[in-house]
Ligand binder design. Structure first.
Ligand SMILES: Nc1ncnc2c1ncn2[C@@H]1O[C@H](COP(=O)(O)OP(=O)(O)OP(=O)(O)O)[C@@H](O)[C@H]1O
Length: 303
């Protein structure tokens, strides 16, 4: 759906994007992570042909951009940095204007299409109010409605939950998951690990213009081969599981072996109380920090 090869954007001496190979496949919800200033917006703009690359190639839906923009962009829905609307008009009127700019049939067809996307984003009932009276969340959802008008195969969203409250974030997440279930491929940029961890199937991490990681989320957070035991008697675990204890942090003990039931049986058999048991998995935060350097303020954490 999206493929870039050696994509570079230079602004004077700044290398905003420095030779990235993105690979977004049909059916992905791809999370494009990176700290502020890492080059996410510049990349998204190049994908859509809004900024010309200094070097490298972009293919969208298998076609070279920006050459094929007129053919490809009608099949792609996009939302970049706070969508622009006419504040004195209603959401419906804004969408009708946007819809009128594209091809697409009779007045009735257009009216129905606008109504459908308004309902899809949960704005079906607030159509008389001018957009300037909308909350930030409502504006963002109206922007998404605009992106959905052409029933896109691919959605490209730059920080779609930026500035939203937790309720707004969760609404946008549900909407994107719904679209994904319906077959839409989603590419979204974000600096929020928690958002990406809850939504995405595949992750790319940008660090100062470099793509330092690109992988399936399930692979990144796959079990490590160890088991985490919670017990009020951490000191006794070492005696029972001689040589298998990898780490002890308070009541949390990490034990070699990916069979929690076996670990549980050994401990309970020896009279050690077990209050919690799980396969150890790295969090996305740990994976990203390991890939993007150790400074914790680079990408906003999951907590
Ligand atoms: N038009 C421009 N002219 C000069 N420098 C630019 C321009 N656009 C972006 N940059 C620089 O390129 C780098 C990457 O910026 P970009 O906006 O792509 O990052 P980002 O990851 O989207 O950050 P944010 O999350 O803050 O939007 C930054 O150093 C920025 O200052």
């Amino acid at each position: 759906m999206i493929s870039t090869r050696g994509l570079v954007k230079r602004y004077g001496r700044i290398r905003a994007v420095d030779g990235i190979d993105l690979d977004v496949r049909a059916g992905d919800v791809y999370g494009f992570l990176g700290a502020n200033g890492s080059g996410k917006t510049t990349t998204v703009r190049m994908l859509l042909g809004l900024v010309l690359p200094t070097a490298g190639e972009v293919a969208l839906l298998g076609e070279r951009m920006p050459r094929a923009a007129r053919r490809v962009l009608p099949r792609v829905g996009a939302l970049i940095e706070g969508p622009a609307h006419h504040g004195h008009l209603s959401g419906r009127a804004n969408l009708a204007l946007l819809d009128a700019a594209g091809p697409g049939g009779s007045r009735r067809t257009r009216t129905r299409r606008v109504q459908e996307v308004l309902e899809q984003v949960g704005l079906g009932g607030v159509d008389r109010r001018p957009v300037r009276a909308y909350s930030l969340g409502m504006r963002q959802r109206l922007g998404l409605a605009g992106a959905l008008l052409r029933r896109p195969e691919l959605l490209v969203l730059d920080e779609p939950t930026n500035g939203l409250d937790p309720q707004g974030i969760s609404e946008v997440r549900e909407l994107l998951l719904d679209l994904h279930r319906g077959g839409t491929t989603v590419f979204l940029s974000s600096h929020l690990l928690a958002e990406v961890e809850q939504l995405c199937t595949r992750v790319g991490v940008l660090d100062r213009g470099h793509l330092v990681l690109q992988e399936e989320l399930a692979t990144l957070t796959a079990p490590t081969g160890a088991t985490v035991v919670h017990t009020p008697a951490a000191d006794r675990v070492r005696a029972v599981l001689d040589g298998r204890v990898l780490a002890v942090e308070g009541s949390r003990v990490v034990v070699r072996g990916a069979d929690p039931a076996e670990v549980n049986a050994l401990l309970v058999g020896a009279g050690v109380p077990v209050t919690g048991l799980a396969l150890q998995r790295p969090t996305l935060e740990e994976v990203v920090l390991a890939a993007a350097g150790s400074s914790p303020d680079r990408v906003e954490g999951a907590r």
